[in-house]
Ligand binder design. Structure first.
Ligand code: FES
Length: 150
C-alpha cells in the first residue's frame, strides 16, 4: 500500500470501520479517488467492489475531485422557496457544469446542499465556505465572474 495511506493504520482493520476509513480519505483528499478505493480495499482486505458499493450508498462521499472553488448551492426549504433552482441553473449555465461535477480545468465544482444556516439571506450559495446571499441573476453572475478570473 502506498505510504501516503499510512494514516489508515490509526483505524482498526475491522470491516465495520470501512466508513471511518473512507471518511478519513475524503477529509484528506476532498474526495475518494479510484486509487484510494484500492488502498482501502487492500487495507481492510475486502474486494474493491465492496468499497464502491458502500461509496455509492452514502451521499456523503464524493467521487469527483473537487475544483479549486467549491460552489455549494443551498436547496434547503427557505432557499428553494426563494428560487434556488434558478440559482443552480444560472451557475450551471455560466460554468458549463451540473451539480456533482467539476469543470475540465478543475477550477469550479458545483454541488447542491441542504440548509447552509443562513436562511434569512435566502437564496444563498457558498464558495469555499464563504456565503453569498440574496442572490439574483445579476449578482450570481457577477460573483462567478470574480472567481473565474482568480
Ligand atoms: S435554506 Fe438555504 S440557508 Fe437555510
Amino acid at each position: 500500500m502506498d505510504p501516503k495511506y499510512d494514516f489508515l493504520k490509526k483505524i482498526d482493520r475491522e470491516s465495520s470501520n470501512l466508513i471511518k476509513g473512507l471518511q478519513a480519505v475524503q477529509a484528506l483528499e476532498g474526495y475518494v479517488s479510484d486509487e484510494s478505493i484500492l488502498a482501502i480495499a487492500e487495507y481492510f482486505s475486502i474486494p474493491s467492489v465492496e468499497v464502491e458499493g458502500v461509496l455509492s450508498f452514502y451521499a456523503q462521499f464524493k467521487r469527483i475531485k473537487p475544483g479549486k472553488y467549491k460552489i455549494a448551492v443551498c436547496d434547503g426549504t427557505a432557499c428553494h422557496i426563494k428560487g434556488s433552482t434558478l440559482i443552480e441553473e444560472w451557475v450551471a449555465q455560466e460554468l458549463h457544469i451540473k451539480a456533482g461535477e467539476t469543470d475540465q480545468r478543475g477550477h469550479f465544482s458545483l454541488e447542491r446542499v441542504a440548509c447552509l444556516g443562513c436562511c434569512s439571506l435566502a437564496p444563498v450559495f457558498s464558495i469555499n465556505g464563504r456565503v453569498y446571499g440574496k442572490l439574483d441573476r445579476k449578482n450570481t453572475i457577477k460573483i462567478l465572474k470574480e472567481y473565474q478570473s482568480k
